[in-house]
Design a protein around this ligand. Structure first.
Ligand code: ADP
Ligand code: ARG
Length: 392
């Protein structure tokens, strides 16, 4: 009986993969230029001349590796330039490299593997099978039951549709096809996940501004992503889905094809995580996400591979942020984040500043550990941050 169920599931999955691949082919128009490609030798000249660049790209793209990779192409034509243009044109990048397309993780492994190992702190580029934990018995609890420090909690994952390329190679029609199939899947959600899709192409500007200010919606002002082709054909194929209470959200065609998000006010990590896992279970019956043993869930940026999970809190830590580090020109907050593999960001997301001592603090590593381990890494680190703030 169980065997028959598994066989049926396998047939459904194979069918889904093949349908998505056919759709990607059908909507792949001839190249529609939007993203201005800079010759790879010009990019290399800029990077190799930059003596004060601290990116992982600069660290790992040696002359020898550059020579070995500069003429390689993936089967859909992705090249080294597509991967490194952002990091070469933005020498202040922390990472500086994206994958031109999913196959790029193999074609350009000579440099990408080194970046991945360095960022996720692993010895080998390999990812375990997904493991979200036993939802019936998992008790992550509320990190701040008395509402003293945590303003809100959010967990997000990224996903790519099998068969479809990443931003540098995605056509306008492929973006629209991905939007359509995702909205069809989202419209099957029920109960607390039931909601509505809002396209960025038709959304009124006031509403868009408010959704951004309230931390729900993405914007198109990230120069790193822009230079990687992330805003090609903006706002075509982009939009946001949210449940009636705005606690479950989906971003379509921002940096990744998909970002699934669960968030709410306060510190109840358990409730936030469980909601996300429930949505992922339902949606994976309708959509086929790109996944393999090397990268886990495959995403555009190497920092998001594996679990793709970023669990964050907006937390008030004014004392820690103001206290000097014992190790050089940093704050105590940065020390504690480094010690517990956490990443501090500003209040409006990546590359923004803190406001009023409130920081976005999340797990930094996503690959080489399970979803549950990534969440536990965040939980344990945040509890330490809270303890340290209270002790000052
Ligand atoms: P991502 O998390 O998808 O990598 P960003 O860092 O740009 O992207 O964050 C996206 C948005 O999510 C921003 O508006 C940010 O303020 C918001 N956000 C992140 N974490 C939280 C949180 N714990 N509570 C509320 N909003 C959050
Ligand atoms: N490319 C940018 C950098 O190197 C961002 C890297 C991680 N963030 C992301 N949104 N993928 O600084």
């Amino acid at each position: 009986m169980y065997r028959r169920y598994l066989d049926q599931l396998n047939t459904q999955t194979t069918q889904l993969i093949s349908e998505q691949q056919q759709l990607a082919q059908k909507t792949k128009m001839s190249a529609e230029p939007e993203y201005k490609k800079i010759p790879v030798d010009e990019l290399w000249a800029k990077l190799s001349a930059a003596s004060d660049c601290k990116s992982l790209l600069k660290k790992h793209l040696t002359l020898e590796r550059y020579e070995a990779l500069k003429d390689k192409k993936t089967s859909i034509g992705g090249d080294l330039g597509d991967c490194i243009q952002s990091g070469c044109m933005n020498l202040d990048s922390g990472v500086g490299i994206y994958a031109c397309d999913p196959e790029g993780y193999d074609t350009f492994a000579l440099v990408l593997d080194e970046v991945i190992k360095d960022y996720h702190k692993v010895d080998k580029v390999w990812h375990p099978a997904p493991c979200f934990g036993d939802m019936d018995n998992l008790d992550l609890g509320d990190l701040d039951p008395n509402n003293e420090m945590i303003v809100s909690t959010r967990v997000r994952v990224g996903r790519s549709h099998t068969g479809f390329p990443f931003p540098p190679a995605a056509s306008k029609d492929q973006r629209k096809a991905m939007e359509k199939m995702t909205v069809e899947a989202l419209n099957t959600l029920e109960g607390e996940l039931k909601g509505k899709y809002f396209s960025l192409e038709t959304m009124n500007k006031e509403e868009e501004k408010q959704l951004i200010a309230d931390h729900f919606l993405f914007k198109n002002d990230d120069r790193f992503l822009r230079e990687a082709g992330g805003y090609n054909f903006w706002p075509v194929g982009r939009g946001i889905y949210f449940s009636e209470d705005k606690k479950f959200l989906t971003w379509i065609n921002e940096e990744d094809h998909l970002r699934f998000i669960s968030m709410q006010m306060g510190g109840d990590l358990g409730a936030v995580y469980k909601r996300l896992v429930k949505a992922l279970g339902k949606l994976s019956e309708k959509l086929k996400f790109a996944h393999n043993d090397k990268c886990g869930y495959v995403t555009f940026c190497p920092t998001n591979l594996g679990t793709t999970c970023r669990a964050s809190v907006h937390i008030k830590v004014p004392k820690l942020a103001a206290a000097p580090s014992t190790k050089g020109n940093k704050s105590k907050l940065e020390d504690i984040c480094a010690e517990y593999n956490l990443q501090p960001r500003g209040i409006h997301g990546e590359h923004t500043e803190s406001v009023g001592g409130v920081y976005d603090i999340s797990n930094k590593r996503r690959l080489g550990l399970s979803e549950l381990d990534a969440i536990m890494e965040m939980k344990n680190g945040i509890l330490e941050v809270m303890k340290a703030e209270k002790a000052l």
